[in-house]
Every structure is written in structure tokens, then in C-alpha cells.
Design a protein around this ligand. Structure first.
Ligand code: PEP
Ligand code: MG
Length: 910
């Protein structure tokens, strides 16, 4: 028998073997470290364990075959490159073990630094750090013991689940004993004592000594990083950011370089442009004599990166050169992490940087100007969710409002709300419908729930790159960080600022653009982007880079998109606003609101009519009112199509609720009053009661059952169109029949409507189309037949989702979707974003079969999905002619329709 050769799966890549396009396999961090290595930039040597190894580990709980040997081989090469051995008692190589998934998940997974230190190698490290210079040996001892205590702390917390506070308390005790608040005042002896205290804590919680064997430390740290993919906060973050759950994380094992070796060392984080505003020029924070996590944790206040020029001009210049090179190479804003070890610059990370919505637009515009990208690419670089954020209001400030503190505008927007100090309280109050501002000294990844629940986040420590800032920007939440005039006291649930005390429940307002903090509620004003859309800011003349960039990119999207964008509007005012926002017609004018208010009385008369005469009188009274409504809308939409949907909800929705009527009748009877009218209404409500009104007498069924109702509406539409057209404007009505499931329903309504239209329109030149909603699954499945009787289809994806899934649209989202989301049955509510596989399939079938039967059939969508970015891409793919959405989402749909058109040409936009 022939010997079978087994080809070993490759789970480990040296940096020199990877590149930036291997994010799926090497994670973002690993792929970019590889890219920088290959660009010849100063990256400490290391290797990456693939996401595939992680996925295999997560399935079995064991490292996959071959992984241990591959790690050993790469470790040996690393040792050779560095001329040091892991854990060598004389001159130890230390490594960091860092997570890195395909999509950045800042602070959500684990990192262990200084792996390779133990009771013996800590001495070797001290000796090596002091070098020949005996003068610095005190500092070197301090550094070595500080590194060791950091390892025990991180390893204990991350790998062995020792509660982090225990280490914090021991550190606080050591500082208290020394009479200081600053870690840097602890000397080598203090830190040696702290190492002993940490080891005891470690033993108490794990029942074992802190592992001294370096390879064991490494293997356990790698496992812990794999497992952190499924940590609760990581799962929550992925759900929030819509990152798939099955990607796994890569693990990067990198030779340690030290920013805490003295004043000529340090560490920093930087952006190649301002990630908040997009303004050109580098932007970052630097912390001398510190390790990387000190910056990100926002524990000590940093200095602006520009200070580095004064501290270490050579490294500063080199850094600037590297940043310019990275921007040119990635053709985008990059963020980087770097460390300077005794005057030598090392690049620890780069990636295309997260940015605010405003910065995304501004930078995309700049990059086009700089010739680095074209306008199609600029469309890839922004998205509808960002545009929606820019349409949020901002504070209206006059002199009455004086800020009480100023921090860093870490994530823009304006937020007011009740102060809370813990994540749990934020979640509680938000669930009661309150707006809350989460106030912390600094946030950490455990605060994620509270950050999601809060309207805004305020911290007293940390820079623009602190945890709070990075996470808030990613979520589009308003955040002010580093407001250090505020003294936060979490246990007592209060903060003090300028002598004033603010307790839990007091209202504050924060401005994430300026960083200002106000007591009380500050009124808000509309965004400039909205003002631009509304036509009150002229992009050619206004000196506002954001407005200009939005204008330019939107114009390009409009030029590229194939989908038209209409709006859902049922008043003249909404129609006018949507038109200013770029709507090219009305895709859904719901007529039910026209039966509310003081017109209810007419509907009651219609329902209670005892004979034809009474019914006709009620309808005749409604006719001119409806006609006036339509005239107003047709005028506003002069020249554009207006789809008017005939009345849809069950008529008893227009009557008072049963209980209320019953009480009214009983009270009136008691008083001996005349209750004939109420009694009749009560009887009607009882008669019309339905167990499942959404599946009852509504939509087209009303038109077939209640004589004259649809006819009155059709007449009002046609008469209004004629009047408007005769006055010189152009009315283009499209009459839409709701809830059709069978072609015969539509045919019946259509036959009656056509007669009325012919009679009203005469030779006025008005053309009225008749079509149907496709919102019942049967309609989608018999679309070929229905198209014979319809000039257009408009997909009512709200009902189609309701009936496709059998989910009551009014109940299920609040009731149990959390469980479905938790189980991953869907990643987002199918009422929010179209379920491509199921409901989407119905849309696809209906579009195809409808068009096959009637090639000129016009196809649109008017359910909520019409304004959802993901869904817009789907409707583009399916080949609809237009989407229709609420006025405020019209610009979002225009942008996404442009992006969808560009994407059809190729690349992935994420
Ligand atoms: C729909 O069902 O998608 C629709 C647009 O109609 P409505 O929401 O009014 O039921
Ligand atoms: Mg509907």
C-alpha cells in the first residue's frame, strides 16, 4: 500500500510571510504588521497564529495538531533573530501575546505582555536593562520588577480569571504605604514587594504558583486569547457592530520592546489626520516612560504628540516620515501605535483608522483632491449610517449656558441626560426610557453595556484614543473624555466640578465636538448637513469642509445610482421636506391619517350607516376633504409620481376602544342621558371585533366589502389630479391597492376604478396608473398573474416580513427578539433589515415573475426597509426601480443606492 503523505496545515506565519490582504487569516493586526515588515518599517520581529487555529481550538478546546510544533519552530527563529532565548535567566527574550481579529474590536479581547519573565529571568532583564551603565541600574531594577508585576497581573486576570481589582488594590496599598498617588514613585524594592503580593493573590485564586516555565506561560496566554473571542463583551460588541460571530481571532506573538525604560523611552498612539474632524495634520497622544496599555487605558494623562518633537526630535521626524508613507501606501487615514525604546522607534501596529462620520466624508473628499483615490472609491469610504449620524442635531448655545468643564471632544454629537455612574444603572434607566449620560473616571471594556445604553459618555481621564473615545466613536455615540476638572466619585454616585456637586439623576449635557460639559439640559439645533439638504447652506459658497464633502459625494452617488429614491409622505409638509432632501416622488402616501382628527365623526357615520343613502352621504362629506389633501400633495410634488395607497387599516381602528365606549355608555345610562349614538357605536365595535385584526378586514378586503369606500378615494385622487393639472402643474398619480393576495381582488377594484377615472379625467391629459402592493406572500408567489392586472408593484416589506415569518410586527421585537439575536437566528431584526434568504426571496420571485409577465412593470419598495442601507443594496441587486423611505432617510438611501451601483462593479466596501 502506498504510504500516505499528510500535508501539515499551516497555522503560523512569520511577519515576513503575510501581507495586508490576509486579514481574514491573520487578523487586521497581524496582516498589517506583516505589511509594515515588508515595507521595511521598524517592526519588532514576531509571528501570527491564524484565525483558523483559533476556530479549530474553539470547536475542540484543544490546540489543533501541528500547532505546538509550528509555534516552537517560529519561536526558535524569533529567538535567533533577537539573539535571545525566551526566559533565559541571563538575557531573556520577552514577548507580547496579542489578539487581532479581521475587524478591529478595540479592547474587547485579551493581551498579555512580558511573557517569559520569571523569578530568575527578572534578574537577567534587570542586568540587561542596566547594560554597562551602573548609574542606571536602580532604574533598570525598577523596570524589571515593574515588568514582572505587570505580567503577573495581566496573566492572572486574563488567563486565570483572577479578579483584576485585587491587583489594583494591592497596587493602591503599595502607593499608600509610600504616600504617593503616582506609580512612578514606587521603586524597585516596592515593586519586588508588589510581585510577592501579586503572587499570593494568584495562588489564592488559582491554587497554584505563578507558572515559571516560559513556554507554559506562552501556551496558556495563546489559549486565553483564543478564548477571549467568546468573552461576553466581545460577543456583545460584535452584535452591536454586526461583525460575524464565526471569524475567530488571530494571535500575534511579538518580541517585546519597552517604552518604560526611562525618560528617553515612551509610547504613543497617533493618527495621520484628525479622526474627529478629518482635518489634515498628524494627531496623537504620547506618554513618556510608559507601556502601550497605559495610553489606551487612559490611566495617565498623555501629552499631544507634537511634544515629542521637543523630547526626541530624531524619533519624531522618523515617525512623521513613516506616517506619510503609510498614508500613501494605504491611501487612507491610518492609526498607529508605536514605542520608543531608548531613542529607537518601533512600530507596533497600524490600520486604516476608525473615524467619526464627519471625518469620513471630509477625508474621502481630501483624498480625492490629493489624487489618492477617485470619486467611486470615495463612495466606498463613507456610508449611510455615517450620513444619518451627521443629520443629528447639535446644541444651540447662547450665553445663558456656561460650560462647567471642558474635556476632549472625543466623539461628536450633542447629548443630554441623567447622570449615572455605573454601567448597570445606565442599562436600568435606559430601559425605563430615560436618556442617560454615563460618567466615569475612565471606561473599560466591562462598561460596554452601559455605553450602548447611554446617550453619551463623559470621562474625567483619558485622551482621544482612550477606551471610551475609541469605542464611542465606533458606535457613533457622543463622548467627552479627559474632562479633568470633574472629580468623579463612583461609590458615592456623584461628581464635583467647580465646587458644585452633581448626583445621580441630575441632568447634564455634553458636546462631543467641543468637549464642553454643561449642567442642565441644553436645547439643540439642526445639523449643517440637514441645512445643506434643506437648501439653506450653499455648498459652493459656505466655508465648511464637511458640507462641501457631503455635497460632492452625494452628487457623485446621484450620478452613479440606478435606483430612484422616493419618499413615504402623507402630508404636503413631509412631501416638501422630502423633495428638498432629494426625493424623486412619493412611493407611499398612506391615506389613513386623512380619516383621523375631526374626520373621525364622518368615519363613524360611514360605519353606522343604516342604508345606502346614509353611507353615500358620509362618503360625499369625506370626498372634498380627501380631494383637498391630494391636491396639496400633488402640487408639492409637481411633475413627480405620487403613489397613493387606498385605505388599509381595519375600520374599527377609527372607533373608540371597546372598554372606553362600554364605560361611557354605562355612565351615561346611569345618569339617564340619551345614549343612542354611543350604544350604536358600542354595538358596531362589538360586531367588528376581530381576534387577529392584522389578518382581518383590512386593505383590499375593505374595498370589496364596503361599497363606495375605494370609489370615493379614487374619485378624490382623480379629481385632485385634474384640478392641479388644469392649474398648470403636473400631477402623476399612481393608485395602489393594499394587501392583495389574488389577482381577482385587484381586477375587481381596478375595473371599478378605471370607470371612475375615465369619467373624471376626460381629456385633461392626466394619466393615472393602477398597481398593487406586494405584501402578502401569496401575492409574491402569484406575481405573474397579478402583474397582468397591475401597472406597478410596490413591495410592502413590513407586512411581507410579518406574514413571511409569521411575526406580529407590533409585538415581537420587544417581546423575544433578544433571544433570537442571542442565539444568532438572525443578526438584526428582519423588520429593520431585509431577510435576504426568506422575505428577500419572495421579493426576488415576485420581481422576476412580474417582469416576465409584463416587462414594463414598475417595481419599488415602500416598507421600512426602503431606507435601510443593507436592504437598499439588496433592492439594487434584485433590480427594483426605486426605494421609498421616510423623508429623513432619503439622503441615506440616495447615498447607499450610489454605493450599491459602484459595488456592483467589484470590490467589497467594508
Ligand atoms: C408595508 O406593509 O410594508 C407597508 C408599507 O404598509 P404598512 O406599513 O402601512 O402596512
Ligand atoms: Mg402593509
Amino acid at each position: 500500500m502506498a504510504k500516505q503523505e499528510t500535508v501539515e496545515h499551516k497555522y503560523v506565519y512569520a511577519f515576513a510571510e503575510g501581507n495586508k490582504d490576509l486579514k481574514e487569516l491573520l487578523g487586521g493586526k497581524g496582516a498589517n504588521l506583516a505589511e509594515m515588515t515588508n515595507l521595511g518599517l521598524p517592526v519588532p520581529p514576531g509571528f501570527t497564529i491564524t484565525t483558523e487555529a483559533c476556530k479549530a481550538y474553539l470547536v475542540t478546546g484543544e490546540e489543533p495538531d501541528g500547532l505546538a510544533d509550528q509555534i516552537a519552530a517560529h519561536l526558535a527563529s524569533l529567538e535567533q533573530a533577537m539573539g535571545k532565548r525566551l526566559g533565559d535567566p541571563e538575557d531573556p527574550l520577552l514577548v507580547s501575546v496579542r489578539s487581532g481579529a479581521k475587524f478591529s474590536m478595540p479592547g474587547m479581547m485579551e493581551t498579555v505582555l512580558n511573557v517569559g519573565l520569571n523569578d530568575r529571568s527578572v534578574q537577567g532583564l534587570a542586568r540587561q536593562a542596566s547594560g554597562a551603565d551602573a548609574q542606571t541600574s536602580g532604574g533598570a531594577d525598577r523596570f524589571a520588577w515593574d515588568s514582572y508585576r505587570r505580567l503577573i497581573q495581566m496573566f492572572g486576570k486574563t488567563v486565570c480569571e483572577v479578579p483584576g481589582e485585587e491587583f489594583e488594590h494591592a497596587l493602591d496599598d503599595a502607593k499608600r504605604a509610600k504616600g504617593t498617588h503616582d506609580d512612578l514613585d514606587l521603586d524597585a524594592d516596592d515593586l519586588r514587594g508588589l510581585v510577592d503580593a501579586y503572587k499570593k493573590i494568584f495562588f489564592k485564586h488559582t491554587g497554584r504558583e505563578f507558572p515559571q516555565e516560559p513556554r507554559e506561560q506562552l501556551d496558556l496566554a495563546i489559549r486565553a486569547v483564543f478564548e477571549s473571542w467568546n468573552a461576553e463583551r466581545a460577543v456583545l460588541y460584535r452584535r452591536q457592530e454586526r461583525i460575524p460571530a464565526d471569524l475567530g481571532t488571530a494571535v500575534n506573538v511579538v518580541a517585546m520592546v519597552f517604552g518604560n525604560l526611562g525618560p528617553d523611552s515612551g509610547t504613543g498612539v497617533a493618527f495621520t489626520r484628525d479622526p474627529a474632524s478629518g482635518a489634515q495634520g498628524i494627531y496623537g497622544d504620547y506618554l513618556a516612560n510608559a507601556q502601550g496599555e497605559d495610553v489606551v487605558a487612559g490611566i495617565r494623562n498623555t501629552v499631544p504628540l507634537q511634544e515629542l518633537e521637543r523630547l526626541d526630535k530624531k524619533s519624531y521626524d522618523e515617525l512623521l516620515g513613516i506616517m506619510a508613507r503609510l498614508e500613501g501606501h494605504y491611501r487612507d487615514l491610518c492609526d498607529i501605535e508605536f514605542t520608543i525604546e531608548r531613542g529607537k522607534l518601533w512600530m507596533l501596529q497600524t490600520r486604516v483608522g476608525k473615524r467619526t462620520a464627519a471625518a469620513a466624508f471630509v477625508i474621502a473628499g481630501q483624498l480625492v483632491d490629493e489624487g489618492l483615490i477617485d470619486l467611486d472609491e470615495a463612495l466606498h469610504r463613507v456610508n449611510g449610517a455615517q450620513l444619518a449620524q451627521l443629520m443629528f442635531p447639535r446644541f444651540r448655545l447662547d450665553h445663558e449656558f456656561q460650560p462647567v468643564a471642558k474635556g476632549i471632544g472625543a466623539s461628536p454629537g450633542a447629548a443630554s441626560g441623567k447622570v449615572v455612574f455605573t454601567s448597570a444603572r445606565a442599562v436600568e434607566l435606559a430601559a425605563e426610557g430615560e436618556s442617560v449620560i454615563l460618567v466615569r473616571r475612565e471606561t473599560n471594556p466591562d462598561d460596554l453595556n452601559g455605553m450602548i445604553a447611554a446617550q453619551g459618555i463623559l470621562t474625567s481621564r483619558g485622551g482621544k484614543t482612550s477606551h471610551a473615545a475609541v469605542v464611542a466613536r465606533g458606535m457613533g455615540k457622543t463622548c467627552v473624555s479627559g474632562a479633568d476638572e470633574i472629580e468623579v466619585n463612583v461609590p458615592q454616585r456623584r461628581f464635583v466640578v467647580g465646587g458644585q456637586t452633581v448626583v445621580e439623576g441630575d441632568v447634564v449635557s455634553i458636546d462631543g465636538t467641543t468637549g464642553k460639559v454643561y449642567l442642565g439640559e441644553v436645547p439643540v439645533m439642526p445639523s449643517e448637513v440637514v441645512q445643506y439638504f434643506e437648501g439653506s447652506l450653499d455648498p459652493e459658497h459656505v466655508d465648511n469642509p464637511l458640507v462641501r464633502a457631503v455635497h460632492r459625494i452625494m452628487s457623485h452617488a446621484d450620478g452613479r445610482r440606478r435606483l430612484a429614491v422616493r419618499t413615504n409622505a402623507d402630508t404636503g409638509a413631509d412631501a416638501a421636506r422630502a423633495r428638498r432632501f432629494g426625493a424623486e416622488g412619493i412611493g407611499l402616501c398612506r391615506t389613513e391619517h386623512m380619516f383621523l382628527g375631526d374626520r373621525r365623526e364622518l368615519v363613524e357615520r360611514l360605519i353606522l350607516a343604516r342604508d345606502n343613502t346614509e353611507r353615500e352621504a358620509a362618503l360625499a362629506a369625506l370626498l372634498p376633504l380627501q380631494r383637498a389633501d391630494f391636491e396639496e400633495i400633488f402640487r408639492e410634488m409637481d411633475g413627480m409620481p405620487v403613489t397613493v395607497r387606498l385605505i388599509d387599516p381595519p375600520l374599527h381602528e377609527f372607533l373608540p376602544p371597546l372598554e372606553q365606549l362600554a364605560v361611557n355608555v354605562a355612565v351615561a345610562q346611569e345618569r339617564g342621558e340619551d345614549v343612542a349614538q354611543e350604544e350604536a357605536l358600542l354595538a358596531a365595535v362589538r360586531r367588528m371585533h376581530e381576534e387577529n385584526p392584522m389578518l382581518g378586514l383590512r386593505g383590499v378586503r375593505l374595498g370589496l366589502v364596503i361599497p363606495g369606500l375605494f370609489a370615493m378615494q379614487v374619485r378624490a385622487i382623480a379629481e385632485a389630479a385634474v384640478t392641479v393639472t388644469r392649474s398648470g402643474a403636473v400631477a402623476r398619480p399612481e393608485i395602489m391597492v393594499p394587501l392583495v393576495g389574488a389577482v381577482q381582488e385587484l381586477e375587481t377594484v381596478r375595473a371599478e376604478a378605471e370607470k371612475i377615472i375615465a369619467e373624471v379625467v376626460g381629456d385633461s391629459g392626466v394619466e393615472v396608473l393602477i398597481g398593487t402592493m406586494i405584501e402578502v406572500p401569496r401575492a409574491a408567489l402569484t406575481a405573474g398573474q397579478i402583474a397582468e392586472a397591475a401597472q406597478f408593484f410596490s413591495f410592502g416589506t413590513n407586512d411581507l416580513t410579518q406574514m413571511g415569518w409569521g411575526f406580529s410586527r407590533d409585538d415581537v421585537e420587544g417581546a423575544f427578539f433578544w433571544r433570537y439575536l442571542e442565539l444568532g437566528i438572525f443578526g438584526i431584526s428582519p423588520f429593520e433589515s431585509i431577510d435576504r434568504d426568506g422575505v428577500g426571496r419572495l421579493v426576488r420571485i415576485a420581481a422576476e415573475e412580474g417582469r416576465a409577465a409584463r416587462p414594463e412593470l414598475k417595481l419599488g419598495v415602500c416598507g421600512e426597509h426602503g431606507g435601510d442601507p443593507e436592504s437598499v443594496h439588496f433592492f439594487h441587486e434584485v433590480g427594483l426601480d426605486y426605494v421609498s423611505c421616510s423623508p429623513f432617510r432619503v439622503p441615506v438611501a440616495r447615498l447607499e443606492a450610489g454605493r450599491a451601483a459602484v459595488e456592483t462593479d467589484g470590490s467589497d466596501s467594508r
